[in-house]
Write a protein that binds this ligand. Structure first.
Ligand code: NAP
Length: 256
């Protein structure tokens, strides 16, 4: 993972879960990390903790559903660390989990705004600079829901399918310019999102045992791998961490 040292990496949704684990993990490997999320206190506390451990991190409040807010976070990262080498579009929500007939149209569209429009906003904000420099990596955190269907998850499945389309289109436009756009489907991960899924009681994912979920640090390691040359082989697709071959490729031990 020597390739991580010195990279400027922006992570959305870095206040908890996968994003927070990735921020700590990447900073430990020598990246200059910008943590972006709505919970200002949490990201500042985490950036401080990273700095106290000898890492390099800043925090900037941002709502990925608002382009100007996300563009502002990228500007903060550029001011602190220079051009952004890697953007991890990780911010995402799943609540409320409801079947079509019970769904609230504004709640439904909020999930699309954050999970799909948020990814577009991130790509729009950094791709011109990456294209001009002829290098850069965008990692879109995907899900099995991008290609699967689950009861109560219509908003989430639609948003992740859309985000996968952005990964594919981004690669189509950018691969000739030295920019890698790749997705990462982590499988199920032990974060707050899985608590929300479990408490819904809807569909088989809510019935999984907590021990079925991988720790967020595994996803952090996969993100670290995709920051480097290994990402090229998966450009325009989702690397599926659930697959044993993918775990081995990113350097994780097999799951029982
Ligand atoms: P989590 O623990 O609930 O964390 C979600 C993160 O997204 C938080 O940091 C939250 O921060 C941020 N966020 C939400 N709305 C935002 C907004 N409008 N602007 C900026 N940040 C926002 O969830 P997680 O499990 O770590 O999920 C991270 C990503 O992995 C998501 O894209 C999710 O879909 C994906 N994923 C998760 C699993 C799983 O099993 N956990 C499986 C497949 C894919 P604030 O609330 O502070 O803004």
């Amino acid at each position: 993972m020597d390739h991580i040292k010195g990279l400027s990496i922006v992570i959305t949704g870095a206040s908890r879960g996968i994003g927070a684990a990735a921020a700590s993990w990447l900073a430990l490997k020598g990246a200059k990390v910008t943590l972006a999320a709505r919970s200002e206190d949490e990201i500042h506390a985490l950036a401080d903790a990273i700095s106290q451990d000898g890492g390099t991190a800043i925090a900037t409040a941002c709502d990925v559903g608002d382009y100007d807010s996300l563009r502002g976070a990228i500007s903060q990262a550029e001011a602190a660390f220079g051009p952004v080498d890697v953007l991890v579009n990780n911010a995402g929500i799943i609540d409320p989990i409801t079947r079509f007939e019970d769904s609230d149209p504004s709640d439904w569209s909020r999930v699309i705004t954050i999970n799909l429009l948020g990814v577009y906003h991130g790509m729009r904000a950094v791709l011109p600079g990456m294209k001009a420099r002829g290098k850069g990596t965008i990692i879109n955190i995907s899900s099995g829901a991008a290609t699967g269907a689950l009861e109560g998850w219509s908003h989430y499945c639609a948003s992740k399918a859309g985000a996968l389309a952005l990964t594919r289109c981004g690669d189509k436009e950018m691969s000739a310019h030295g920019v890698t756009v790749v997705g990462l489907s982590p499988g199920t991960v032990a974060t707050d999102m899985q608590h929300e899924i479990k408490s819904s009681g809807v569909n088989p994912v809510s019935q999984l045992d907590w021990s079925d979920h991988i720790p967020p640090e595994d996803v952090a390691q996969a993100i670290g791998y995709l920051c480097g040359p290994g990402a090229a082989a998966h450009a325009g697709t989702d690397l599926r961490l659930r697959d044993a071959e993918a775990r081995a490729e990113v350097g994780l031990a097999p799951r029982d």
